[in-house]
Design a binder for this molecule. Structure first.
Ligand SMILES: CC(C)(COP(=O)(O)OP(=O)(O)OC[C@H]1O[C@@H](n2cnc3c(N)ncnc32)[C@H](O)[C@@H]1OP(=O)(O)O)[C@@H](O)C(=O)NCCC(=O)NCCS
Length: 154
């Protein structure tokens, strides 16, 4: 069974996955990987039968915009919609924080994945580099269901 847990501040299970994926597999340095946002982000970890398989984080860039990042699925679990599932949890968390929009910096060769999840590339098309890896900003406007007049507030 896949279970999602949220943590405020980066938990050890997220570090384990990020070290494996971003540092070892992709070669990012620790100084770049762990930044000033980490202690103030909500981090999600997905567990399969208690084994951590994916992580990601979100913080409010401004009161309306959730900034998603560090989305990583362990290699053996890719291609099974785990990334999509983790992203959905982050979107829901962003909504609960009051966000109406989402942004993220995608590695250019991952943009297709985010497009399948409803994100659109920065219309300027501007590409920037992080440690030599090309990235592009991507955005999504979330659908917010309006409460009907006869529905009670939570
Ligand atoms: C990118 C990543 C999170 C995707 O997670 P995943 O669980 O493998 O992806 P999913 O199975 O949810 O894929 C959903 C859809 O996106 C597609 N997709 C996945 N990776 C893709 C890519 N790099 N380019 C284009 N499409 C991609 C899948 O084929 C699937 O398409 P479908 O709906 O038509 O079947 C995962 O590959 C990963 O962790 N990579 C290493 C870390 C990383 O680079 N993170 C992103 C940093 S920006």
């Amino acid at each position: 069974m896949v279970e999602a847990k949220f943590y405020f501040g980066v938990p050890q299970d997220a570090r384990t996955i990020r070290d494996e994926v971003f540092t070892l597999e992709q070669g990012f340095s620790d100084d770049i990987e762990y930044d000033e946002h980490d202690p103030e982000c909500w981090h999600v970890v997905l567990y399969l039968d208690s084994y951590p398989i994916a992580t990601g984080r979100v913080f409010l860039e401004d009161p309306e915009t959730g900034h998603i990042g560090r989305l990583a699925v362990r290699k053996a679990f890719r291609g099974q919609k785990v990334g999509t599932y983790a992203l959905k949890f982050l979107e829901t968390k962003a909504k609960s924080l009051g966000a109406r929009k989402l942004m993220l910096g995608a590695q250019l060769d991952k943009a297709g994945f985010y497009e399948k999840c409803g994100f659109k590339k920065n219309p300027t098309g501007e590409i920037y580099e992080e440690e030599g890896v090309p990235h592009i900003l991507m955005f999504k406007t979330m659908k917010i269901r309006k409460r009907k007049a006869n529905e009670k507030a939570d």
